[in-house]
Design a protein around this ligand. Sequence first.
Ligand code: NAD
Length: 490
Amino acid sequence: MTASRESELLASIPNTLLIDGEWRPAAGGRTVAVNDPATGDVIREIADASVGDGEAAMDAAAAAFPSWAATPARERAEILRRAFDLLQERKEDVALLMTLEMGKPLAEARGEVAYGGEFLRWFSEVTAHAQGRYGANPEGTGRMIVTQHPVGPCYLITPWNFPLAMATRKIAPALAAGCTVVIKPATLTPLTTLFFAKILEDAGLPAGVVNVITTTDTGPVSERIISDPRLRKLSFTGSTPVGVKLLQQAAPGVLRTSMELGGNAPFVVFDDADLDKAVEGAMLAKFRNIGQACTAANRFIVQRSVVEEFTRRVTERVQGLKIGRGTEDGVQIGPLIDDRAVDKAKTLLGDAVERGATVTTGGSPVDGPGTFFEPTVVADVQPGSDILREEIFGPVLAIVPFDDEDDAVRIANDTEYGLVSYVFTESLARGQRMIDKLETGMMGLNVGVVSNAAAPFGGWKQSGLGREGGDEGIHEYLQTKYTLTANPYA
Ligand code: NAD
């Protein structure tokens, strides 16, 4: 990877806001720096929007809504499909950009381009089919017509951990449904969204349909947009505490909301599991994205008779992981996003060890530059340890033994979160019982990754509201109207 390719790419990313089809600086020319977490270096200065800039973006989304909503579904689909094609053409640039601003290994960044791009293709296919229905009422006295309508201008807020996929997972269904949007990416990783907005422009998206604001004034800018009476929908991906705050802000306007929030995924290994598959699944479910995924396995709940062997095998695998800057060949573990993330992993691990757990490999931050933490396995984690309650969001694999199936279910469900669970067993009946008993919106049965654009992604309990992707995804951006017409024979 040449340094000149990196700097050329970075210099080509718009460093302004996109409002009403115009790339413009923030009010007063305010800017904020974006860093490479692998080096700590500033890689780009971008616009830092004010409350007024946010209002201007909202004005643009409201103004563009009537004509976009009236655009035929096929035309909207073709723009999405062109954006999908352009993303494939530029996939190496997008992948590199994600590695530079977020730190994930390049191979994983390429995987995210593939996953994130699928939302464009999927919703380009879905949009013409999202129809209502027509039929006689049961009494035979009239005809019932059910139609689908875009909800209106939407505000989309995304996190830093999947800079492309979190944006496409919201933008694609919104546009497919006929909605216009203001999107606010995380200030830590805004470059990918800005790059993607260029792709949408090049694909022929009309001005004002997608508006991008980047800001450090997140609270006030968002509050103003959320309280705007023209806004009809808020879609948020991020932590549960921020999601709760946003739901409160959305209540007075009775906004439609979608919330993709935090997780605390259990990864249950029964003694009848194929351990090769379980270890393979564990590596993916834990170390993908350096452990910084809402779907990351947080608690490895392993049956006592196989816990020793499972621990030995994952420890060996983790010892072989290569740490480094994501642009280097063969790197599997990049940096964590910032110092706070390193401190969190260290504190949670410290608490677990103090309560009796044993570190079998790793366990420490890596000396700078960059915010790296060694991939770690910690076994025999005791009940009550903070690491079992909180999202680790780092490369730390925590193992808890269990005795029987009821015990496994009790431990797995002992959390306010309910995003995803993973279960490894060769017994079909046991797998089916787990589908019934685990309180999560998604489950991986003998697999360590579940995400797919064609599937309904979302959580139970405090992991969120609504679904992204699948046939369900577009309905988050549509509202239903029922019309009764008189009996045509009366
Ligand atoms: P975060 O909640 O700190 O931030 C998410 C976004 O919200 C960012 O754009 C941030 O700028 C913005 N934000 C923060 N405070 C705000 C406020 N007061 N008003 C409006 N916006 C505000 O989360 P994060 O650290 O960026 O992301 C990690 C979290 O996201 C984890 O909890 C993870 O599980 C969750 N996540 C969930 C999913 C999912 O699909 N369920 C996917 C990815 C990440």
